[in-house]
Structures are given as structure tokens and as C-alpha cells.
Design a binder for this molecule. Structure first.
Ligand code: SAM
Length: 228
């Protein structure tokens, strides 16, 4: 049976490891701060399921080009992707990030402190579907990044439809469903989660509220702008 979930090393560059190594050497997606977050997360026993290095750079650059100042992240882990979103937003940016697990949330808070970004982030603990309600008065938001439980993606999209501004950006990681999103009987993956990812992409691409595309990263990163 194939391994479930994210691979520890995320492919990039047409599946050719030499091309991926060249790209990382030139574009340098991971500085010491990010490397230390990744290493501390592993040392704390967290699974290595943060976004890939180049995907983290995509997040920073997309946050930057979109001019986002108020962002929401669903799925914090150790704070790796959150640091990238905050870097992309600059000193005027603020991130609400949601994490189910209190230990992971604590680790992420330390990551934001080490990155010098603690004043620009609030880590909310608990199931995002419930906790998101608490930030609605701060909306509308400029950017929402979805990277948590796959079964929750359709609900997170429904929330983003209501609480992103028109022109705001939605990003979602893992929308290739670890290579199985398109299969009726996904080997080694939860069929319910894969069906949820299909519903998510169907609605994002064809629901009329977003113009959306799929970045063909190793994990599949949906990228959309809210149009109405
Ligand atoms: C893939 S990891 C996030 C990685 C992170 N975005 C990064 O790249 O650094 C997914 C996280 O979502 C959290 N999670 C799972 N279900 C959740 C839920 N219902 N609400 C909030 N967080 C959840 C998990 O505990 C896990 O830490």
C-alpha cells in the first residue's frame, strides 16, 4: 500500500531532483529562521507536514504581489508557512492562524517570536470551523490559506466566500489529495477526504465566486481570486 499523506521531501521541478536542487540553490527559499522552525518542529516530534520550501516561497511572493494586510491561515503546525505569509505582508500585516492542537500552537508562538513577528499574529487554538466565527468582526480579509483537515476544505471555502473581500486571494495546499483526488477508490487515502477535496475544487473552480487555477506543485496548490 502506498504511504498516506505528504511525502517528507516534496518534489519540485518536473520530478527531477537535480532540477529541484538547482532551483533551491538559486532561489534560496529557506533562510536560517525557517530552517530552525523546521528543525524545532521535528525535534518536538511533529510530523514533517509543513509546506515544501518552494511552496513556502510561493506563499510569501503571492502575499506580497496581492498587497495583503489581513490574512487567515487554517492549519498552523509549527508556524513555518505562517512566517512566510507574514513576511509577504510586511510590517503592516496581521495573521490569524488556527491550530487544533495546543502543543503545536505553543510551538508556533515560539516560532513567531524567534522570527520577530509575534506582534503581528494571533494563534487561535481549537477546531477552525468553530473558532473562525470569532474573527469575523475583523473581516473582510485579504487572503485565506487553507492547510488543515481535508474533510473541512468545503466548509473553509464557504467561510472564505463570505469573509474574503472581492479581489482577495484564496490558497489551499494538498488539493491533489496526495495524488489521489481524482480516484473513486483512492488507494491508501480516506475516500471521504478525497471526495471533500473534489467538492472543494469543483466549487472553487465553477461556483462563480472565484477565478481559480491549480499550481502544479508536488502537493497541488489551488490559487484563486474572489471575483464576486
Ligand atoms: C499540514 S499541517 C499545517 C502546516 C502549516 N500550514 C505549515 O505549512 O507550516 C495541518 C495542521 O492543521 C491542524 N488541524 C487539523 N485539523 C484542524 C482543525 N479542524 N482546525 C484547526 N487545525 C486543524 C493539524 O493539527 C496540523 O497541525
Amino acid at each position: 500500500m502506498p504511504a498516506m499523506g505528504s511525502p517528507p521531501v516534496k518534489g519540485f521541478g518536473q520530478g527531477d531532483p537535480a532540477l529541484a536542487a538547482w532551483t533551491e540553490a538559486v532561489y534560496r527559499p529557506e533562510d536560517d529562521v525557517l530552517r530552525q522552525i523546521r528543525e524545532r518542529s521535528v525535534a518536538a516530534g511533529l510530523p514533517p507536514i509543513q509546506v515544501g520550501k518552494m511552496d513556502a516561497l510561493h506563499l510569501e511572493v503571492i502575499a506580497r504581489v496581492s498587497g495583503a494586510r489581513k490574512a487567515v491561515e487554517i492549519g498552523t503546525l509549527g508556524g513555518y508557512s505562517g512566517v512566510c505569509l507574514l513576511r509577504g505582508m510586511g510590517s503592516g500585516g496581521f495573521l490569524h492562524t488556527f491550530e487544533l492542537d495546543p502543543g503545536r500552537a505553543d510551538l508556533a508562538r515560539r516560532s513567531f517570536e524567534h522570527a520577530g513577528l509575534a506582534d503581528q499574529v494571533r494563534v487561535h487554538v481549537g477546531p477552525a470551523a468553530e473558532r473562525l466565527r470569532g474573527i469575523e468582526p475583523d473581516g473582510p480579509f485579504d487572503l485565506v490559506f487553507v492547510d488543515a483537515d481535508k474533510a473541512g476544505y468545503p466548509g473553509y471555502l464557504a467561510w472564505a466566500e463570505q469573509h474574503l473581500r472581492v479581489g482577495g486571494v484564496l490558497l489551499a495546499d494538498n488539493t491533489f489529495g496526495f495524488g489521489h483526488v481524482h480516484e473513486d477508490e483512492p488507494e491508501g487515502e480516506d475516500p471521504g477526504a478525497m471526495a471533500a477535496l473534489r467538492r472543494f475544487s469543483d466549487r472553487l473552480a465553477r461556483g462563480g465566486r472565484f477565478r481559480a487555477t491549480m499550481l502544479p506543485t508536488a502537493e497541488g496548490m489551488s490559487l484563486a481570486v474572489k471575483i464576486r
